[in-house]
Design a protein around this ligand. Structure first.
Ligand code: GUN
Length: 289
C-alpha cells in the first residue's frame, strides 16, 4: 500500500492566503506594511532561486520586499555595515541574509549582527535561546513548516518517538526543540542522529515520525523505516536528475503511512513561515515592542 502524500504546496498556499488577509488587516489598523530586506551575496544559482521565490511570495501576500545583491568578493565589514544600516532603518521589519555566504565571511558574525527584533530566520542566539526556553518570538522557518505539516495532517506527536536525522543549526537542532516542547505539535520523545551515530538504522526503525535533514540524496532507504511511520523529507539536493530529497521516495512510500515529496513538501512551507515571521516582526514594530 502506498503512503499518503503530505502536500506542502497546498498547505503553504492556504497559509499564504490567510497571511495576506492578516497583512492587510495590520495595514488597515496601523498603517504599517511589513517590509523584508533580503541580502544575497555572490552568484550561487540555487540561492538566487530561493531568494527570488521568497520575494515573489512576499509580493503575493502584500509584503514589501527589497533585495540587496552584493558581489561575491564583498568583505565581512561591508556586509556588517549593510546589516547595521538595515537594523537602524525603521522602514525595514525583517532582515534575511541568504546562506551560504562566501568563505571570506564569518556567517555566525553576520547572523549575530542582525537585530534580534528583525531576525525573521530565527538564527540570532537571542531568538534561539527563546526557542529553547519554549517562548519563541520567531519560529525557525523550516522546522516550524514541518511542525505545521504534521499538525495539518493530524499526525499525533504527543508521546510519539520522533527521530531527527541531522544536527544543523538551521534544521536539526531547532526541529528537535520544537518537537519536544509542550503543546500541540510537540510533546514528542526526540532522538537526534548525526554522522557519528552508531547503529543508525536500528534507531530510525523505532521512529514513529522520521525527519530527514542531512543533505545526502536518497540516504533513507525502505529498510530504515518502521512500517506505518510518517516520513518528512527536508532534503533539497540538486543532482543531475533535478531536485531530490534525502529519502528514497519510491521505496519508502511503500512502507510509510505518510510522506512528504521533494519538491512540493517542506520547501514551500519554509517560505510561508518566513512570511509569517515578517508579519510578526512588523506587528512587534507597530506595537513598539
Ligand atoms: N539557506 C538555506 N536555507 C536558508 C534559510 O532558511 N535561511 C537563510 N537565510 N538562508 C538559507
Amino acid at each position: 500500500m502506498g503512503a499518503e502524500i503530505i502536500d506542502g504546496r497546498a498547505a503553504a498556499k492556504e497559509l499564504r492566503t490567510e497571511l495576506a488577509t492578516r497583512v492587510s488587516s495590520l495595514a488597515a489598523e496601523t498603517g504599517v506594511t511589513p517590509h523584508l530586506l533580503a541580502v544575497l551575496v555572490g552568484e550561487d544559482p540555487a540561492s538566487a532561486i530561493y531568494v527570488r521565490n521568497k520575494q515573489r511570495a512576499c509580493e503575493q501576500a502584500g509584503i514589501q520586499s527589497t533585495l540587496r545583491r552584493l558581489p561575491a568578493e564583498t568583505s565581512q565589514s561591508e556586509l556588517l555595515d549593510l546589516v547595521a544600516q538595515a537594523n537602524e532603518d525603521h522602514s525595514i521589519h525583517g532582515i534575511l541574509v541568504q546562506l551560504p555566504l562566501p568563505s571570506q565571511i564569518d556567517e555566525q558574525a553576520v547572523l549575530d549582527a542582525v537585530s534580534p527584533a528583525k531576525d525573521v530566520d530565527g538564527f540570532h542566539p537571542h531568538n534561539v535561546g527563546l526557542i529553547v526556553q519554549g517562548r519563541p518570538r520567531f519560529m525557525p522557518c523550516t522546522p516550524r513548516g514541518v511542525q505545521h505539516l504534521l499538525l495539518r495532517h493530524g499526525v499525533e506527536t504527543s508521546g510519539a518517538h520522533a527521530v531527527v536525522l541531522g544536527r544543523s543549526e538551521i534544521v536539526g537542532k531547532p526541529m528537535a526543540m520544537l518537537l519536544m516542547q509542550k503543546g500541540p505539535g510537540g510533546d514528542a520523545t526526540v532522538t537526534v542522529c548525526h554522522s557519528r551515530t552508531r547503529n543508525l538504522a536500528d534507531i530510525t526503525r523505532t521512529a514513529d515520525i522520521l525527519i530527514a535533514a542531512i543533505g545526502t540524496p536518497h540516504f533513507v532507504t525502505a529498510d530504515m523505516v518502521q512500517p506505518g511511520a510518517v516520513v518528512i523529507d527536508v532534503g533539497t539536493n540538486r543532482t543531475d536528475d533535478g531536485l531530490t530529497g534525502d529519502v528514497d521516495f519510491a521505496a519508502v512510500s511503500q512502507v510509510a503511512s505518510a510522506i512528504t515529496p521533494v519538491p512540493g513538501g517542506v520547501g514551500p512551507m519554509t517560505i510561508a513561515m518566513l512570511l509569517e515571521n515578517t508579519l510578526t516582526a512588523a506587528r512587534l514594530s507597530a506595537s513598539g515592542s
